[in-house]
Every structure is written in structure tokens, then in C-alpha cells.
Design a protein around this ligand. Structure first.
Ligand SMILES: Nc1nc2c(c(=O)[nH]1)N[C@H]1C(S)=C(S)[C@@H](COP(=O)(O)O)O[C@H]1N2
Ligand SMILES: [Mo]
Length: 393
């Protein structure tokens, strides 16, 4: 039997198409759990399946109601079958350009001083289903993003124990999961792996995490130990970590060249560059696309906004494509590495018709969320403003 928190896609997808067919009023409550809800029933949010074998599941973003995403609703991005690891047999091997090779058990890691960090993870493909023409990869809507509190040992502590040699430039992080991937031909079995520059790996908030929201790391999120790289897209946070290798030249693995890379133009030439930092972005949780709203009625427009190595200082909302952008209210206090919830009290127009809502975020460095898509980003790093069209009746 499937996990009751997981609902299947057929009944849960809310497409623009269904709105245009006028079916939106009937479909939108299905975002919550894929069940038809009786009047007044409490919606039960559930993960939305975007792919099976391996499971790729999105957080039902429309259900956003708190700062922390509960573990059973945190999005899941898997490239291969989930490895079933046993906490007592698990070992982490540290090697390459180090003074001392290490083999650490889970008990060894737990005995080291721990640190807790709240961090938002966003998959670099989040929002991909809205790209036109359609782009290759998992067709995520808004929910390949979630926020949790992570506890573990700073990666720097383990690197110091191993003694990083001066020649080392990057840290390669390898997961226990493996499989074949389709390129022009089929590439034989490979592990999921990503690298970090040594300086980035040494940031005190980069963790070897073994707890998530106060519980042991769930299997889908990397049990027993995953890397947490705050402020970077999710692919950097390697799950089911089993090997750390210091290398003396930049790593050009599959998941930072063929996949999870974009084009950056240097001297006019597009060059393949590994994805790194998350880009400034606001998303609207409510209302949802296609929702039918009563005319001349107060509506709470709300959502979340996040960025990379900075923090969100402003979220603005645009109604109906007009020139004005209205300041939304940022909720709570800023938390480093974490999204910020926001809301905007709106009154629907007296006139019935379709209205497009847009939200955009600005961070402390002055990075403004773009209104249009940059195709150099291939099928990743999708942070341009996504319009949400509602119907006022
Ligand atoms: N070992 C391993 N680590 C991995 C992945 C994976 O497939 N295997 N997926 C990556 C990607 S692309 C993302 S977005 C995040 C998702 O983390 P989550 O499943 O805990 O949300 O894990 C990253 N770490
Ligand atoms: Mo991802």
C-alpha cells in the first residue's frame, strides 16, 4: 500500500487547461489530497506524485500554512531507486587529497558537536511545467521547494579531522544510490555525486545532517546522513552520503555538466557552468490558478519568497498587469537560509472577469526577480514571475 500522505497525479493536477474549460471550481479543492471534499470538510494535504520508480513527489504548495514543512509533506527528488541503508552498518569514507583517510560510523558523527540550521531547499527544476516550449525533466509545478530544520555535524569539522591538503580545490560528495542514465547512449551504472569548492564546503552551515525537523532523517531524504548546502539549489545537498573525496582539479561529474548546469556567457561564449545558488523568487500559494472568487470581496493573497546567499527584503504584488506593484507584508522575522512567508490583503474587483496576479521578490543585494525567462538557463533555475490567473464572478 502506498503512503497515505502521497496522492496520485491524475486527480490532483490543476491545469490552466481545466480552467479554460471552466472546470476550475470543481478541480481546485483536489489540490488537497486528491479527494473530493464535502462542504466544510478539512482539507488533508498530501504529496503530489510527478513520477514513479523512482518517486518524485511535490509539496502541495497551495496548502502552505506554516514556516516549516512537515517531513511527510517535504518534496522528494530522487534520480535512482532509494537505497535502503542500515544505520549501524553505514560508514562514511573520507579520502583523496587529505592527510588522514577516515572511516566514520553514525555513532562517530553523532559524537561530534552538532549544529542546527533552518534551510529552504528548492529543486533547480521547480516550476518546469510552466516552461514553453515544454522542457525535458520532471514536470514540477510550484511544489519542488520546502523548508526544514536540519541538525548535523558541520562538514568543516570532518574536513579538519581528515586534514585537507593544499592541492585540494573541490570536495566530491557521493551518494549510495546508483543507476544507469540515458545520454546519447546509455551510460553504465553511476552514483549520484556533486562537488563543492573547498571554501564553500567549509561554511559553518554546510552540514552532514542526520536529523530533520527533530526526527531521524527519513529514508526518502537521505537516511542516515545527507549533506545540507544552504542557499544552493537542492542538487548540492547529496542524500545517502557514503563518500567524500578531496580532488585537485574541478570535478566534471554528470550531475554538474550534462544535468544541473546552465550556460553562462563569458567573452560572448556560452559555457557550461554547474548550477549553484538559488535565485530570488516569490511564489503565490493562494489563490491558485483557475480559482473562482466572489466579486468585491476581501481575499488573502499569500505565499513564500526566498533567495540564495542573501535574504528577501521585499515582495511586491501586481494585480491585472497594471503598472503598480504593491508591497506585500513580510511575516515573522527573517531567518538565514530560509524562505519568508508573505501576504497581501486584496479586494477583488466589483466587475466580474479574469484577473492575473503576479508576485516578485527583491533581495538585500538588490537582485530583483525577473519578469521573463532567460533561455541560457536550459531547463533549470526557473525564477521568472509566474502569473496566476483567477476568475472573479
Ligand atoms: N544521493 C542523492 N542525493 C540527492 C539527489 C539524488 O537523487 N540522490 N537528488 C538531489 C536533488 S536534484 C534535490 S532537489 C534534492 C532533493 O532533496 P529532498 O528529496 O530531500 O527534497 O536532493 C539532492 N540530493
Ligand atoms: Mo533537484
Amino acid at each position: 500500500m502506498r503512503d497515505p500522505w502521497i496522492s496520485l497525479p491524475a486527480s490532483t493536477q490543476l491545469h490552466r487547461r481545466s480552467f479554460l474549460q471552466g472546470a476550475a471550481a470543481a478541480t481546485w479543492p483536489l489540490l488537497f489530497g486528491g479527494r473530493l471534499l464535502g462542504q466544510g470538510a478539512q482539507p488533508q494535504p498530501a504529496l503530489i506524485s510527478r513520477q514513479q520508480n523512482p518517486d518524485n513527489l511535490e509539496f502541495p504548495f497551495a496548502s502552505l500554512s506554516g514556516f516549516i514543512t512537515p517531513n511527510p509533506l517535504f518534496y522528494v527528488r530522487n534520480h535512482f531507486a532509494v537505497p535502503q541503508l542500515n544505520g549501524s552498518d553505514w560508514r562514511l569514507r573520507v579520502g583523496g587529497a587529505v592527510q588522514n583517510e577516515l572511516t566514520l560510523s553514525l555513532a562517530d558523527l553523532r559524537a561530534l558537536p552538532a549544529r542546527t540550521v533552518t534551510a529552504t531547499l528548492e529543486c533547480a527544476g521547480n516550476g518546469r511545467s510552466y516552461l514553453r516550449p515544454q522542457a525535458r525533466g520532471v514536470q514540477w509545478q510550484l511544489g519542488a521547494v520546502s523548508n526544514a530544520e536540519w541538525t548535523g555535524v558541520p562538514l568543516a569539522t570532518v574536513l579538519d579531522r581528515a586534514g585537507v591538503r593544499a592541492a585540494a580545490v573541490e570536495v566530491v560528495l557521493q551518494g549510495a544510490d546508483r543507476g544507469t542514465i540515458a545520454t546519447e547512449t546509455e551510460l553504465g551504472s553511476i552514483h549520484f555525486a556533486r562537488s563543492l569548492p573547498v571554501a564553500r564546503a567549509r561554511h559553518e552551515d554546510v552540514l552532514l545532517a542526520y536529523r530533520m525537523n527533530g526526527a531521524d532523517l527519513p529514508t526518502n531524504h537521505g537516511f542516515p546522513v545527507r549533506v545540507l548546502v544552504p542557499d544552493w539549489y537542492g542538487m548540492a545537498s547529496v542524500k545517502w552520503l557514503e563518500r567524500i573525496t578531496l580532488v585537485d582539479r574541478p570535478f566534471a561529474g554528470v550531475f554538474q555538466t550534462l544535468d544541473y548546469s546552465i550556460f553562462e556567457r563569458r567573452e560572448g561564449q556560452p559555457q557550461i557552468t554547474p548550477l549553484a545558488e538559488m535565485q530570488v523568487k516569490a511564489q503565490i500559494a493562494q489563490p491558485v490558478a483557475g480559482q473562482v472568487l466572489a466579486a468585491n470581496t476581501p481575499v488573502r493573497v499569500h505565499g513564500a519568497a526566498w533567495t540564495g546567499e542573501s535574504h528577501v527584503v521585499r515582495v511586491e504584488v501586481n494585480v491585472g498587469g497594471g503598472r503598480r506593484w504593491h508591497d506585500a507584508r513580510l511575516l515573522g522575522q527573517p531567518v538565514p537560509h530560509a524562505w519568508r512567508l508573505w501576504e497581501f490583503p486584496w479586494r477583488t474587483p466589483a466587475q466580474p472577469g479574469r484577473v492575473v496576479l503576479r508576485a516578485r521578490a527583491v533581495d538585500a543585494r538588490g537582485h530583483v526577480q525577473p519578469l521573463t525567462r532567460d533561455t541560457d538557463r536550459r531547463n533549470y533555475m526557473i525564477n521568472h514571475v509566474l502569473p496566476v490567473e483567477v476568475e472573479v464572478r
